[in-house]
Ligand binder design. Sequence first.
Ligand code: NAP
Length: 259
Amino acid sequence: MDLGIRGRRALVTASSKGLGLGCARALAEAGVDLVMNARGSDALEAAAAQIRGTFGVSVETVACDVTTSEGQRAVLDAAGDIDILVTNAGGPPPGMWTDWSRDDFIAALDANMLTPIGLMKASLPGMMERGWGRVVNITSVSVKSPIPALGLSNSARAGLTGYVAGTARQVAPHGVTINNLLPGIHATDRAISLDKGVSAQQGIDIAEAQARREATIPARRYGTPSEFGATCAFMCSVHAGFMVGQNVLLDGGAVNATL
Ligand code: NAP
């Protein structure tokens, strides 16, 4: 299917690896020029070179921490007039509800709620003026089904979800859509680090920890960054203009719910 976005320009934050990279690659495959970001420049430059070589699109890179205001300024300055914004950042650490301080919550809110809100606030006016835009926020299955050890993530992402629900309806009249894409367990570095946590906690090896987590998913496997990216690219396509303020869950059926 032609996604109808060849020649468009996208900013994809936190995109040197994992789900962000899956989204960047899928957009590049659809002919979209990219601005990519991560803190570490080695993986970022390698990913950008690979995408340029494979898809022939233009890719600019900005190595910075997107959860800081200076980082947001840097990516937005490099991005300029974008048609597509995909927001992503690392997830907060796991822990216990008894451990989290006010500072821990402020850090989580900054990273996973206020950073995407800041990027949207800066990018939406231009999209609205030009009459076309797509925003996809990478959030988490945890907004539909809480992950107790990830209380910081549950909280911050719920706040972002509420913001998107209202804002998406305010910008939709201008041809701009905002939606969230909710990953369940996907095979990325983040999943491996969570497997390691399960392995240490339950005294089992990492393969067994992965097998136990896979057994909780009806699809009996982790998702892949490329299938996640393909869904993201569709949500950024011309075909998704009637999708407004939705929370699209990609979890292999793990959330046991009718709606
Ligand atoms: P990942 O494989 O660890 O990749 C994270 C990417 O983000 C890397 O490119 C990393 O590069 C970059 N990054 C992290 N923090 C950043 C920052 N402050 N500024 C700029 N770039 C940053 O993670 P993932 O699995 O793709 O997860 C992406 C998001 O989805 C996370 O928020 C995660 O919590 C959420 N999620 C993932 C899963 C899953 O199963 N994978 C499930 C639910 C939710 P640098 O380290 O070089 O910055």
